[in-house]
Design a protein around this ligand. Structure first.
Ligand SMILES: C[S@@+](CC[C@H](N)C(=O)[O-])C[C@H]1O[C@@H](n2cnc3c(N)ncnc32)[C@H](O)[C@@H]1O
Length: 179
């Protein structure tokens, strides 16, 4: 099992925690509006978890767009697929990531969103290289700190040489791929 893959029990506990958090403090709809996602775009929700963001992205890109929910955990992929189906969203597809290999073609994405997950990544260079591969030349990576300090996030991104930081807010960083 890859080091980053959590147990099924941990995944279920995380899912429950997210449900409670989203009930008490619903912020996702407002947050995704700052990601510069437009109708017709292709978005990869990398480390999609139970699909809280995937379905919001699907609403933003509309019927001419496409959203891939990608995760290393089969429960995440299954949850996201079921959630999209129950919401009648036909523009969502899920993909299971193996280690740092994502089964998507080169330069498929206008936006890759890696939210609340970068801190879990043990080999940031391999990870950031794979995200670079699937991002279009004029696409963007939207990444946040999760449970790590901003200085660490910056250090990992800059040291990788795969991304140029274009914009930084308290919430996230927008990065352009270095091809
Ligand atoms: C804390 S959850 C966040 C889920 C979602 N992004 C959100 O904010 O609701 C982190 C997710 O990243 C996934 N993950 C961790 N390492 C990964 C990797 N190398 N590739 C893909 N997904 C990964 C985990 O399985 C988990 O579902």
């Amino acid at each position: 099992m890859p080091k980053e893959k959590m147990s099924n029990t941990s995944f279920r506990f995380m899912n429950l925690t997210f449900k409670i958090m989203d009930f008490i403090h619903p912020y996702i709809k407002k947050r995704v509006k700052t990601f510069d996602i437009k109708s017709g775009m292709t978005v990869v929700d990398y480390g999609c978890g139970p699909g809280r963001y995937t379905t919001e992205f699907a609403n933003l890109v509309g019927k001419d767009g496409k959203v891939y929910g990608a995760d290393i955990h089969d429960l995440a992929v299954n949850h996201t697929k079921e959630k999209a189906h129950n919401m009648g969203l036909n523009n969502v597809e899920t993909v299971l990531v193996k280690g740092y290999d994502c089964p998507l073609s080169d330069e498929v994405a206008d936006r890759v969103c890696a939210l609340d997950m970068f801190f879990m990544i043990r080999e940031p260079n391999k990870f950031l290289n794979e995200l670079n591969r699937i991002t279009k030349e004029d696409g963007l990576l939207i990444i946040d700190d999760g449970h790590q300090k901003r200085i660490k996030t910056l250090e990992k991104i800059n040291d990788s040489g795969y991304w140029e930081i274009m914009e930084e807010t308290n919430d996230h960083l927008k990065c352009k791929p270095i091809k």
